[in-house]
Design a protein around this ligand. Sequence first.
Ligand code: BYC
Length: 472
Amino acid sequence: MTTTADYRDKIPNNVDLHEDRRLQRALESWQPNFMSWWESMGPALPTEDVYLRTAVNVGREGWAHFGHVAMRDYRWGIFLAERDQDRRIAFGQHKGDPAWQKVPGEYRAELLRLLVIQGDTEPASVEQQRNLGATAPSLYDMRNLFQVNVEEGRHLWAMVYLLQAYFGREGREEAEQLLHRNSGSEESPRILGAFNEETPDWLSFFMFTYFTDRDGKYQLGTLKESAFDPLSRTCEFMLKEESHHMFVGTSGIDRVVERTARLMREHDTDDIGPHGGIPLDVIQKYLNFHYSVSLDLFGSETSTNVANYYTAGLKGRWSEERRGDDHRLTDSSIMVDAVVDGEIGQTEVAALLGLNTDLRREYISDCQNGVDRWNKILDDAGAGHQLRLPDVAFNRKVGAYSGVAVSPGGERLADEEWERRQDEWLPTDADKTHVRSLMQPVHERGKIAAWIAPPRQGINRQPFDFDYVHLA
Ligand code: BYC
């Protein structure tokens, strides 16, 4: 395998695609469908070109090239991290065996399902973010949005490659379906709940890239452990791209919070809406929403699906190899969230059944890091208020707490109290209208909207006032 991308091929790749004519033809016949999906469902704002990074090799150093490119000419391609010839399966009943280079017949259906769920999220997020370019607070932010979009498009390519290379006709049909389902569609919606929600404004976008892309990080981290080596190597490279997406979320919320704190100080009030800012309580409500919806993406607290995936070696744990146990988990147990005697509590289950909970906990502690940094910004500005993650049981639609009314503080509520008070905790129409009213586009070089602070530095050491995007 080569590590450098082959850009002579119609489809850039480091998997020697030209050696497999059948696969090459299958992917080349999917390519125009992808392009027409991108044209109709991808970024709506017409642009001439955008300062984008493109993957040129998968090695540790210098994998990315930066330059202005017309988005439709972006080199979407297929890149897998380098192969470790001696890689062995790290967990489950096949622990210690050589990693698989082909799909074992007995796990075909499960692997296909995992790839389809993963693949479905990638184009979904592009669809959700389709209209955001028109209201970008700066060209810098607009460029970051488009970078995220083209890379999610590439992640779709990554999954489609695996489907077409390893799953025959079924894989090709699923690849078509990935372009057929659409976010929010009545007839054929995206598979997971959060990917059918709207991303109508930039606060939602930053929350999405902080909380929902972070689910992606954790799910990809477990698939990176997979015994199916091509999936593992695919996810390893996707994770490199993913870190920029989370940077966009973290630093985006940093900058909103910074601006909010400043307006609160300047005007000596929490009510900064009339001064063109996003009030802290509205930021908290958006956080509550995006966090709780993202918690749902980890599935139920106890799941036989996840137990089977683990035992089979298809999906591991976060940092599997750093865990100090037997990596089989047949004799251990875990406490998982549950409703116990009508109250929010925990119950003990077999460790294998509780693996969604294990992953969700890793995710939650990572999410807390962002909240800590935003609180430091608030403290440094003397804002006198803090943000916090709501309780894990708050506003859940999947798992043990779905349909159970719980306050952000973790208090069990009567349904009637939830109905009466949910506007205190989740964005109301008035909150959304206010946020949307602030989303006036700033498309002039070096300028920024008044509801967000400028970034500390530009992209790839370029200044903030660089011509990141040329509009058409
Ligand atoms: N919405 O046994 P359970 C990303 C279904 S994000 C609707 O608890 P399991 C990205 C479930 O499918 C990462 N349905 O579930 C981020 C199951 O259906 P069946 C995406 C849901 O299987 C930003 C049933 O309920 N990747 O990459 O243990 C931008 C019972 O559930 C939901 C993955 O998720 C939901 N939220 O766990 C771009 C990795 N949750 O079998 C990209 C692959 C569950 O009864 N997926 N259901 O028909 C998986 O590992 C697992 O399927 C899940 C669910 C973790 C999603």
